[in-house]
Ligand binder design. Structure first.
Ligand code: FES
Ligand SMILES: [Fe+2]
Length: 377
């Protein structure tokens, strides 16, 4: 990849898609389309929940509404990760909230208790629920997996006979070994930021999938650090990998093959289909996850997390500075422009947007969405 990048920089070229791709603007605002995406993308696919270090020890748990499915994830006594619908079997209250450490979960409504494996331990009124089969009223399991230091859940209960352990590797294909090599399990969580911009969730992903705009929109923030409109793209199934060179990569050109080291001079972005971006930021990991808003295709819920290395001599202020750069760039430059674009999409004045051949990650992302939805356009 390093050699490919140096070649592109010298020739002033970039990886290209086979052809330009036209997408209908209503795909960013149409309710029927949003309902289909919710079903086919956010219920049927494994969703990245973050790195393993979000649940470091047995007894740790996290909760999250994943595009309308209340999810509870736990690390059980034997260290395995399990996921459940965070819905009490009495009358559907969430049995856990936020994240933390617990031995069991007590429903806040009438006090039914569940253990870390979802088993119903007891009801609080023995007479009112006499004869109830506790074993048949555990929390509903959701298929989950912990692979290469990442947590995944599929926010739809398993069908009878279906495995409760998600097969993530088959889907990740060629990227599984890359992600394993990053040793993601050695990066503890540093920060979590959540925003709800008035943009369709796909735009939140789009804005990361090309380096073409860096020299323009991010002129005053990150542009000086990057070689403009230059990058690599590779796909693995619906997932994508984009690699953008930092200007410092030029130092490597003069070195002999065996002495070159490219990792410190690139940003590599794994687009984990459908809605997550895991970004290798040279010395830390940044993850963005985008979810459709509950009732409106023009709203999204976005989470940005930063994970720093477990062993580091850097003070927290250094990672905080990185967080501020991400906020300034994405939340103060990309998303505000995106909110204006969303208005443009909804205006009805134009029918299409175009992803250029120099934006291969975007072409792949939207082709993958079409495939997963089974729609022609
Ligand atoms: S809803 Fe949970 S105990 Fe009643
Ligand atoms: Fe941007």
């Amino acid at each position: 990849m390093g050699r490919r990048l140096l070649g592109h920089i010298e020739a002033r070229t970039t990886d290209l898609a086979d052809a330009m791709f036209r997408n209908k603007v209503i795909n960013y605002s149409c309710r029927e389309r949003a309902a289909l995406e919710r079903e086919k993308l956010f219920r049927d696919q494994p969703i990245l929940m973050g790195l393993s270090t979000r649940l470091p020890k047995p007894g740790d748990y996290l909760t999250e509404d994943v595009a309308g499915m209340p999810v509870l994830m736990t690390r059980t006594a034997d260290g395995t990760v399990m996921a459940f619908a965070n819905i009490c079997r009495h009358r559907a209250a969430p049995v856990a909230s936020g994240c933390g450490h617990a031995r069991s979960f007590t429903c806040p409504y009438h006090g039914w208790t569940y253990d870390l494996t979802g088993k119903l331990l007891g009801t609080t009124d023995k007479v009112g629920f006499a004869g109830i089969d506790l074993a048949a009223h555990g929390l509903v399991r959701l298929p989950a997996a912990e692979r290469h230091g990442m947590l995944f859940v599929r926010p739809k209960p398993a069908q009878p006979g279906e495995s409760l352990t998600l097969d993530v590797d088959t889907g990740l294909g060629a990227f599984a070994s890359d992600l394993a090599a990053l040793k993601l399990e050695t990066f503890p969580l540093f920060s979590v930021d959540r925003v709800a911009p008035r943009i369709n969730w796909k735009f939140a992903i789009d804005t990361f999938l090309e380096g073409y705009h860096i020299a323009h929109l991010h002129r005053k923030t990150i542009a000086p650090y990057f070689v403009g409109n230059c990058g690599l793209f590779d796909g693995a199934g619906p997932h994508g990998r984009m690699c953008v060179p930092r200007t410092t990569i030029e130092q490597q050109r003069a070195l002999a093959e065996g002495e070159r080291s490219f990792l410190p001079h690139v940003i590599t972005l794994y687009q984990l289909f459908p809605n997550s971006l895991l970004i290798w930021q040279v010395d830390h990991i940044e993850i963005w996850r985008a979810f459709p808003g509950r009732d409106d295709p023009a709203h999204s819920d976005i989470e940005m997390t930063i994970y720093r290395p477990a062993v580091t001599t850097r003070p927290d202020s250094y990672w905080e500075k990185n967080r501020q750069v991400a906020i300034r760039t994405v939340l103060e430059e990309d998303f505000p422009l995106g909110e204006r674009m969303q208005i443009g999409f909804e205006s009805g004045a134009t029918q299409e947007v175009i992803y250029g051949r120099n934006e291969p990650s975007l072409v792949h992302f939207h082709s993958s969405i079409r495939n997963a939805l089974g729609v022609p356009a």
